[in-house]
Design a protein around this ligand. Sequence first.
Ligand code: ATP
Length: 301
Amino acid sequence: MPVHVVGNVCVDTTFRVDRFPQPGETFNARSHMDGVGGKGANQAVAAARTGADVRFFAAVGTDPAAAFIRERLKNEFDLRQLSAKPLPSDRSTILVNQDGENLIVSGIDCAADFDPLRETGLLNLIAHGDILVMQGNLKSTVTNACLRAAKAASATTILNPSPLSGEALDLAAVDVVIVNQGEAFETTGKPDPEDAARDLVRRGAKAAIVTLGAAGCLLLEDGAVDLIPAVKVAVVDTSGAGDIFCGCLAGCLMKGWRLAQSARTAVAAAALAVGRRGTLEACPSRVELEKLMNTVEAESL
Ligand code: ATP
């Protein structure tokens, strides 16, 4: 059964800088490189590398950036569900400072125009037992329609509503909502992650996960809280950690694993990613994820 990842893909240009610039300031980066990113693509790659059968639904332009994206993703999963639009492909500029923190700005013409229910075969492809994974890059009306269509087809839905748009998302159509600590506060107004998770469940989500950076994550399921500690690692670049977490979690759930066991694996996968440079480049390989999943499975016996 497939994991349908519906969202965005873009060309990421990452600049490594000594510090973040002040308004109006110009200075040179230490290095820069292009790669493929976008929360949708990152999560799709992470899910595919767990061994899941991933279908990726996103929009690209018809420009050289689109060709770059297709070339980089062609060995990860089937690209037939990519929509080609007469628009510039989406792009992100990422600044990473010496502490591994990041600042990101994105151009999202394709994602803003993308309607997978109208433009792709999603509605006919999604079925009972499948998993739908979405993020916050598409219009909220589009995201809500996809989530509701997936629930109507008896699929499991995972929503990582990042970046937050301020518009209401239908948590009643969400089985697992995943937010980081800042998003948890912004969405619920509750500074305490457990209070925030309870609020997200009160709003309709079946289960809620608040990722806590170097502190791991908090899982709220069936009224019970599980605090899953992070794996200690020397931080190189945290960008994309949340996406590796979400994609890996979806892949583990597709194997029929319990949510807590899936979250434990996702925490370990994300730790591998923060120890490396880049976003997608930092995603653990298929071999690494297989080893990690075997270890978690053995520990839980
Ligand atoms: P990003 O925006 O950087 O992709 P995020 O803000 O969405 O990430 P975080 O809560 O920062 O999400 O990180 C997601 C997961 O990655 C955490 O739950 C944790 O398991 C892992 N992680 C993040 N930072 C660290 C760290 N410094 N050490 C170990 N694991 C980490």
